[in-house]
Design a protein around this ligand. Structure first.
Ligand code: 5AD
Ligand code: SF4
Length: 447
């Protein structure tokens, strides 16, 4: 068998990172691939792309241009392009980069080994960017623990069609994985030593699985089932949508101590006018109601968000409504972006000339300034407190330190005689930086 060496480059979200790790697992199993960090050693090169913002196509062709030399040196090298730009552009990629051999989409990555075999046999490129009904999971090998905390995809695609967003077109319609598959995957991981699961999806709280008897399994029901799995000490999830943040889900925060007191709940804008143009399906009062109800149950819960500035029609007044919401909710570390028109989306047809590029950059700068101040405030408040962290490993930068995460996702470094990797421990915070902390080991947590 050929000595296959695979190099994967991943752009974009956690979902893409997850897909890439599944591609790696699959290629090891099916094509006996070794994974390499050095592209010069690889005979299979895969680029997993993202098209959510910026000049995604240009970035792709630049990258492929730089890789042309590898194909020239060795024509047997396979170059594959996947992810959202591949789903969007399909065959058009070959017009500008005919050295590409395979093009696959987010729902066809399980077919990569078969596509590679065919390309090698018939010496002709292959394209498969179809949306088969969530079959890829049936092809992935059994999950293998790589970290104490592991990502698990529970739902694929999105039906929300926010007017600015390309995801529903590139990742397809919302499909929930059968709950039995998710539970058995987590049980296997837990037996291997995984102690935290991070549930993934474009819209995790839209999770809805209907079994053959017609019984509905909602996201809250799924969370309850996961919380019963032995040794799963923490549950995180991203991303959720305010429209699906039901009272039933809020109530689970009362019942499930494993659910961390940290929620990423993208609001995008503080202006009802902009939210309506974005077709976000909620207004600011409704958003605040969710947060208030969560805070009633968990007074210390922290909220992070995504924001878009410079959406077509956003006036200074709309923008300051976003700033005022930031101060009001007291968001912790968040992500923020300048609106980028995505080809084919409804918002791309709106007049986008009412705000200068300079003004957009300034709005982003101001927004990020406020978020940074609040992030710092949260970190500072943790100084001298005792925080429970899940120990994840030894710091790669300094082997004398262990590291773990607080519930609000800050990395904490600490020294200790004993190795408590995989355990919840209490740490007294002795120093803070913007996103990380240093601390002193106090005790093992009883949780
Ligand atoms: N322009 C800017 N930001 C975008 N996002 C999604 N689409 C766009 C776009 N066209 C942001 C949203 C979303 C996050 C994942 O990316 O804030 O929540
Ligand atoms: Fe895009 Fe909106 Fe779906 Fe999120 S909810 S993936 S922003 S369409």
């Amino acid at each position: 068998m050929l000595n296959n060496k695979l190099y994967i480059k991943t752009w974009g979200c956690q979902m893409n990172e997850y897909d890439s790790s599944k591609i790696a697992d699959l290629m090891q199993k099916e094509l006996n691939c070794k994974i390499t960090d050095s592209i010069e050693n690889a005979n299979i090169i895969i680029l997993n792309t993202c098209s959510i913002r910026e000049k995604a196509q240009e970035k792709l062709f630049h990258q492929l241009g730089r890789w042309k030399k590898f194909k020239k040196l060795d024509p047997n090298i396979i170059i594959g392009v996947g992810g959202c730009v591949a789903a969007q552009e399909g065959k058009r990629i070959l017009n500008r980069a005919n050295h590409v051999d395979i093009i696959f989409g987010p729902q066809t990555l399980h077919r990569i080994p078969m596509m590679i075999n065919k390309v090698r046999k018939f010496k002709k490129y292959l394209i498969d960017i179809s949306f088969p009904k969530i079959e890829k999971f049936n092809y992935f090998p059994l999950p293998q623990k790589k970290n104490i905390s592991e990502f698990i995809s529970i739902i694929e695609g999105c039906n929300k069609y926010c007017t600015y967003c390309i995801v529903p077109y590139t990742r397809g319609k919302e499909i929930s994985r059968p709950y039995q598959d998710i539970i058995s995957e987590i049980k296997i991981l837990s037996m291997q030593g995984v102690r935290e699961v991070h549930l993934l999806g474009q819209n995790v709280n839209a999770y809805k699985y209907v079994d053959l008897q017609g019984k509905i399994y909602s996201f809250s029901v799924l969370l309850k089932m996961i919380s019963k799995i032995k040794n799963i000490k923490r549950i995180r999830f991203t991303t959720s949508h305010p429209q699906n943040f039901s009272d039933e889900l809020i109530e689970t925060y009362k019942k499930l101590p494993q659910l961390v007191s940290f929620v990423h709940l993208p609001v995008q804008s503080g202006s009802n006018k902009i939210l309506s143009l974005m077709k976000r399906r909620y207004n600011i009062i409704e958003y605040k109601n969710i947060i208030n109800k969560l805070k009633n149950i968990r007074p210390n819960i922290q909220i992070s968000s995504d924001f878009i500035v410079g959406f077509p029609g956003e006036t200074k007044n709309d923008f300051y409504k976003t700033i005022s919401l930031i101060l009001d909710i007291n968001f912790d570390m968040s992500f923020s972006f300048i609106y980028s028109p995505r080809p084919g989306t409804p918002a791309s047809r709106l007049n986008n000339n009412n705000i200068s590029e300079y003004e957009k950059k300034q709005r982003l700068y101001i927004l990020q300034y406020y978020i940074k101040q609040q992030t710092k405030k949260f970190s500072k408040k943790m100084l001298n407190t005792i925080q429970t962290i899940l120990v994840e490993g030894i710091s790669p930068q300094n082997k004398q330190f262990f590291y773990g995460r607080t519930e609000n996702n800050r990395v904490v470094f600490f020294q200790n005689k004993y190795n408590y990797i995989g355990k919840l421990v209490n740490i007294k915070i002795t120093a803070f930086y913007l996103y990380s902390l240093h601390g002193k080991f106090i005790s093992i947590s009883n949780n």
